[in-house]
Design a protein around this ligand. Sequence first.
Ligand SMILES: Nc1ncnc2c1ncn2[C@@H]1O[C@H](COP(=O)(O)OP(=O)(O)OC[C@H]2O[C@@H]([n+]3cccc(C(=O)O)c3)[C@H](O)[C@@H]2O)[C@@H](O)[C@H]1O
Ligand SMILES: Nc1ncnc2c1ncn2[C@@H]1O[C@H](COP(=O)(O)OP(=O)(O)OP(=O)(O)O)[C@@H](O)[C@H]1O
Ligand SMILES: [Mg+2]
Length: 276
Amino acid sequence: MSEPASIALQQEIARELQVAETFDAEQEIERRVAFLTGHLTSTGLRSLVLGISGGVDSTTAGRLCQLAVERARAAGHEARFHAMRLPYGVQADERDAQLALSFIRADHVLTVDVKPASDAALEAALAAGVSFRDAGHQDFVHGNIKARQRMIAQYAVAGAHGGLVVGTDHAAEAVSGFFTKFGDGAADLVPLTGLTKRRVRAVAAALGAPAELVWKTPTADLESLDPGKADEDALGVTYDDIDDFLEGKPVDERAFRTIVDRYRLTDHKRRLPIAP
Ligand SMILES: Nc1ncnc2c1ncn2[C@@H]1O[C@H](COP(=O)(O)OP(=O)(O)OC[C@H]2O[C@@H]([n+]3cccc(C(=O)O)c3)[C@H](O)[C@@H]2O)[C@@H](O)[C@H]1O
Ligand SMILES: Nc1ncnc2c1ncn2[C@@H]1O[C@H](COP(=O)(O)OP(=O)(O)OP(=O)(O)O)[C@@H](O)[C@H]1O
Ligand SMILES: [Mg+2]
């Protein structure tokens, strides 16, 4: 799409989502670590909390968190990073999660299995008479319950340890609204804001993350009936197209429409609750 109106819309959305025109991975690392350290010290809180899935987003944000608390400690503040494993039962790619943890070298690692709470929440809703269109619909909603149970577990740790919950939302997820509202979308600090997916990968690589995590196929992995489903299959558009769109490069008409439609439909997810 190269008509002036389409280019203007692309630019407006990129600006709204804070996508920078230029990118330097080392500078982004410095800026984002300073952001995390600054908020930790200025709020007087004592820790950062983040779930580590084995995907590239939490691998990147997790390492930034550990660097940030080390910097805060060097400046005389009490600061710790609590990295959380939040599997739903046994996670198929647990090996990747462990590889991410070895790379991040968090001060503290703890595991909360979100399966019992997620299943109990679904069972209670079913017992109350909530019904779904079909098994696929129920599985999809159950997936969002899992994401919200992860949020609950992270806020429990933040409450216990005077912490701030870190989220991994970035521009490629924000533009498509590809997160669970008040689930993984809920956080106190979002250090990856404004990055496209390829820029997240570039930051991960510059931090020294293992290549298999830098280049891992992104998955929300929330649906039990479709385990490890690639985000791109769910989105109907590739991250390359989304990134090109956000970086002001040309994308074909179908991708342009898909992205703009998703952006408009998910507007409510990027805002505070609607009030009269
Ligand atoms: N117009 C509107 N104004 C205000 N609120 C509106 C609304 N439309 C829906 N809503 C509310 O929003 C709810 C729907 O939002 P939500 O519950 O999030 O559900 P929804 O957007 O339908 O699903 C979340 C999507 O994000 C994906 N996801 C989730 C978590 C992580 C990742 C990942 O990348 O790893 C991806 C997941 O696979 C799924 O495709 C509705 O039930 C309703 O309560
Ligand atoms: N199994 C899990 N264990 C711990 N945290 C999780 C888990 N699944 C999701 N999360 C949290 O939810 C966030 C959103 O998931 P998302 O899939 O977007 O990110 P990712 O897995 O880190 O990277 P990618 O998008 O490339 O798969 C993760 O970054 C992580 O903080
Ligand atoms: Mg993932």
